[in-house]
Design a protein around this ligand. Sequence first.
Ligand code: TPP
Ligand code: MG
Length: 755
Amino acid sequence: MNAVKTPIPARQKGFNRAEIVDANFTEYVRTWQGGARAKPRDDAPVLPRSACTVRDFRELFVSQLISRHLDLMARVLRVQNKVFYTIGSSGHEGNAMVARLTRHTDPAFLHYRSGAFMAERFRKLPGMDPVMDSALSFAASAEDPASGGRHKVWGSRPLWVLPQTSTIASHLPKALGTAIAIEQAQRIGHELPVPKDSIVVCSFGDASSNHATAQTAFNAAGWTAYQRLPAPVLFVCEDNGIGISVKTPSGWIANNFADRKDLDYFFADGLDLAEGYAQVQRAVAHCRTTRRPTFLHLRTTRLTGHAGTDFEIEWRSFEELMALEATDPLLRSAAIALESGVYTPDALLDEYEAIRKRCFDAAEIADQRPKLETLAEVMQPLAPYTPLAVRAEAVRVPDASARAKVFDGADKLPEKLPARHLALQINAALHDLLAKYPESLVFGEDVAQKGGVYTVTKGLYKAFKGARVFNTLLDETTILGLAQGYANMGMLPIPEIQYLAYFHNACDQIRGEAASLQFFSNDQYRNPLLVRIASLGYQKGFGGHFHNDNSIAALRDVPGLVVGCPSRGDDAATMLRTLAALCKVDGRVCAFLEPIALYMTKDLYAHGDGQWQFDYPAPDEAMELGEGRVYHDKAKDLVIFTFGNGVPMALRAARTLEKRHKWKVRVVDLRWLVPLNDRFIVEQAKSAKRILVLDEGRKSAGVGEGIITAIVEGGLGATPLERVVGADTYTPLAGAALLVLPGEADVVAAAGRLA
Ligand SMILES: Cc1ncc(C[n+]2csc(CCOP(=O)(O)OP(=O)(O)O)c2C)c(N)n1
Ligand SMILES: [Mg+2]
């Protein structure tokens, strides 16, 4: 970096470093020693040999100043409760270059220090005001165009900036996924919402680059490029040398990234516009033309602490802080501006003050704008549901010739075949979905040629080819990141997670990321996806805990998520149609839990009875969200609420109970686990003389808790009730598994206690 040419006046030790950074700038410009310059031409290099023209520089500098003054304003107005966020961009303003050198249609997933990037990107469309928009966001106003007052995020629908969560590095897999999706869309003939040669911009901090979620994205990007598959993502590591208070070892980022074979490394000085511009330009051009994953190491510094609450003077020396403040990129920009004659000192000070005023004025206006006032307003974008449109979409029949082709002839359509078991009916339903939605993709570990470890996806690869049905690398975080990427580009991703235990391994990609996008973007962005997860226990003699995980607690409270769990093949097919429709119509994130132990189950009561095989539902049938299935609906002596493996178990137990107690037993298969249909549960419980809740999950935080709560809150707490539920333990191998999980005998015994 060019050293700042005019020495910074030695500042007094001060407590408020934001004030000092502010005063440094003013004093630096006021005491500038250079002589007066002629005003340069707009298209001339701003400094000799710089790739940055005077026009580029002038606009970039203003973007930097806007970002800086938004930071300073936030620090002042936070204490007056007019602003609710103080993580700033000071020291990172060089990222404006990345915005200038990319397009507003290059989807961007941004680090929280992206004030200058945003101010610069705002220039790309007419009539937009970065100051007012940011102010509304800082003020958590309901009129905040990014999130509607739900979070201070950098986001914009027209500018293709998808809002990010505060979880560092969690956005890298989906940024990579979006880049891959841009390319893959073209292979499957899907029309993209952005130009074909778009790249994806993804920025993050130096400390964040160490996170497992970041590393998995770098690895997956390299894995992709290694196979000569395109992945046009520009990873921008904004290296300020520190993460909160932990210093990144000097040279670590270059050491760790400069020599990766399939992640092309570029360095740019983000502290110096005249120097850094060409460097950023090279990285962007490389990414756009080669379509290779590109790593731009952008040098930055961090001024005024991690956030407003971080009083660095309590843990760092003044000397160190002053040395950092001397590297302020705005001082360097001021030097360039004055040296080149773009500004005179007076004109620059006027500009500086004018932008300060603009930011404060906007903040005062924003403070007066409406806030979110009701719970309904807060939750409004969370879980959109338009039942009529969903139903219409779910029963919309795929093209007959497409079906005939996929199923090898009109006479082999699955609804014309005899009743079959769950795995085959899910398989047929997936064939149907892929025929119905040309933009849908099935992917995961082993799903393609092999057809999955349980052959549930068998034949899809052959029918729909590798661009739509493909194996991923072995990483669940990447699988779910890819899914979000495809969704961002308007496709319908149907990823598979091989076992429920391994969903937990990547849970944040659904819990923190995918499910939250509609909320934090005020429903301006949607990433509908339908994740299939082979789930639950009871595989006879196989697998132990990790292949028999019975806990869905981690899915139960994810806001906005839909979770369905069929117990039989026909329900699986109609449920899948509805889930896909929920994706298409309402943009929902959906999980489909497939009970592994029921995949091949054919019999219900006795060996060879074939009673757990069902006809494939006609393609114009679908299941309503929340709708359960009731067996023996008139029966009242005992009502068993259950789902999944519990359904055939309850039906078997019911036979014994009918004989033993002369009871009529109703079995209610909830089918939909999130959201639980409380009204339906209460409706079913109302007429019950006794209630039994059969939950194959764990005692703590299982579905059973929700069912009982619904019953009690529905005023039916006085009905005698028993719960049969799994133990709070991991599942052991072999026969001992049955000690942990509910069994038929447990159901019979619990019912006996109700007698
Ligand atoms: C997964 C996760 N862990 C911890 C945090 C808390 N946290 C927020 S920012 C941060 C440091 C990030 O440093 P860096 O990536 O260098 O970015 P910088 O703030 O320096 O720009 C930490 C630990 C978080 N937000 N997310
Ligand atoms: Mg950092």
